[in-house]
Ligand binder design. Sequence first.
Ligand code: HEM
Length: 231
Amino acid sequence: LINAEYNDVWKEERRFTLMALRKCGMGSLRMEEKILREIKYMMADIDERINQPIDLLHLLSQTPANVVSTIVFGKRFEHEDPMFLKLLDLQFVFTTKVNRLGASNLFPALRFVPGMKYSNELHSTVDNAAQIFRKYIEDHRKKFDSNSEPQCFIDMAISHIETLGDRTTMTYDSLSYTLWDLFSAGTETISMTLSWAILYMMLNPKIQYKLQAEIDDVVGASRPVSTTDRP
Ligand code: HEM
């Protein structure tokens, strides 16, 4: 979706992706359960490192990446899983490089300046990730049962491709790239937003106290914050 040409294939992938994400509970309270579960793992990691330096950006990437993985693969990764770390690493390399190109979106002439164009290096980062996702697609294809209701995004996509056959433009190859789009769309956006928020709170302790006071007042200390707490 992000790294694809705008054509009929793109349109079908987008339609399918939005429908499948909705079916997987995106934007609903079911999603909140998944998020809260991952936050518990994150808090446990933070608790283990009290009084030690901590790379929050890394932790804030693992948490949303696992929320997305639960939807996409129907499972979460252990934080030390080498494949998970590899995907996060590729994602970090990709966004660091692609962010530099932001200015050429606004001023297209900049693409003629060396280093300001979507390079082969960026293509190969995405290809490496898609390669990893192809392995997961294969695993899911082996276990796929057309008689049972698909539980995660990959299984829904397999069902779509197998059921429609020639009548769909979606392929297992295009799926591997869509999985990367979802993984990176759901990881870097959240980790950057949260790390900026934390950084601002560190620089503005008064705001931090105000936020904490509101949480104490509305939610208390005995349960996590929920979207149902919104006024
Ligand atoms: C703070 C977090 C996030 C930010 C700032 C953000 C930002 C954006 C933006 C700016 C767009 C483009 C909208 C448009 O031009 O129509 C977009 C689209 C999209 N985002 Fe996010 N996003 C975030 C989180 C997520 C998460 C967690 C996912 C889940 C995987 C996700 C999946 C998508 C998808 C699938 C689209 C395409 C929607 C469409 O084509 O209608 N995003 N996002």
